[in-house]
Ligand binder design. Structure first.
Ligand code: ADP
Ligand code: MG
Length: 234
């Protein structure tokens, strides 16, 4: 999916006063692009990701995904658009606490209607396979509270992949993982980009992950301060 952001800004109200956390964001990501967003804490990375994914509405400007201006959609239409096209890995995971790992991963598959017409066995097979890929084959019936932070993060990643998104947003997806699991997750992300041809936009502090991206965008104080292609040879 192609992403076009124009004049994007976000202002929150803090103690009755406006607080501008994103400003003058113009950005274009080609279909099947792979972009890493970096920058200091508080620079607006999570806010930008939420706007690009259509989770939040900007206070100014627009986000257009494959020609669809998200400002022109109602809340319900945006939710449907996200369910059909977008995967999101939250920095705080946001798993549903009353569902097991397996059930959490099944949610986006169900939202996309893949459970109809006897598809439920296939959906479950796919969810189990994804949990296996992130090293959680023996944890599929655990509830989020029974999982470590890194394990919850991996469930969140499996869930984001489960709806076969055309575009995946991930907020520090390797932030809680040890080196080995981090490598496995990076491989999964690269595969999603190359084989499933998904567009990837990741916020990361992980130098290895940023290197695998084809482009690194640096935010500071709510603005884009640099936008550089990575060296394909490295
Ligand atoms: P980053 O992900 O780069 O650390 P964020 O996008 O989470 O930064 O936050 C950018 C700034 O916006 C921070 O100063 C944060 O405190 C502020 N902020 C984020 N969300 C809200 C909100 N809902 N209301 C008020 N301030 C917010
Ligand atoms: Mg953040």
């Amino acid at each position: 999916m192609m992403i076009v952001a124009q004049g994007l800004a976000q202002t929150f109200s803090s103690a009755g006063r406006p607080l501008t956390v994103l400003k003058d964001i113009d950005l274009r990501v080609e279909p099947q692009g792979f972009v890493a967003i970096v920058g200091p804490s508080g620079s607006g990375k999570t806010t930008l990701l939420g706007l690009l994914a259509g989770l939040d509405r900007p206070s100014a400007g627009s986000v257009t995904l494959d020609g669809q201006n998200l400002n022109h959609l109602s809340e319900d239409q945006r939710a449907r658009f996200r369910a059909e096209n977008v995967g999101f890995v939250f920095q705080t995971f946001q798993l549903i606490p009353t569902l097991t790992a397996l059930e959490n991963v099944l949610v986006p598959i169900e939202l996309r209607g893949a459970m109809r017409d006897g598809g439920s066995a296939r959906a479950e097979q796919r969810a189990v396979q994804l949990l296996g890929r992130v090293g959680l084959a023996d944890r599929i019936h655990h509830y989020p509270a029974q999982l470590s932070g890194g394990e919850q993060q991996r469930v969140a990643i499996a869930r984001a992949f489960a709806g076969d998104p055309k575009i995946l947003f991930a907020d520090e997806p390797t932030g809680n993982l040890d080196a080995d699991t981090g490598h496995a997750v990076i491989d999964l992300l690269v595969e999603l980009n190359r084989e499933a041809r998904a567009t990837l936009v990741l916020v990361t502090h992980d130098p290895e992950l940023a290197r695998r991206a084809r482009r690194v965008i640096r935010l500071s104080g709510g603005r884009i301060v640099s936008d550089t292609p990575t060296d394909p040879a490295s």
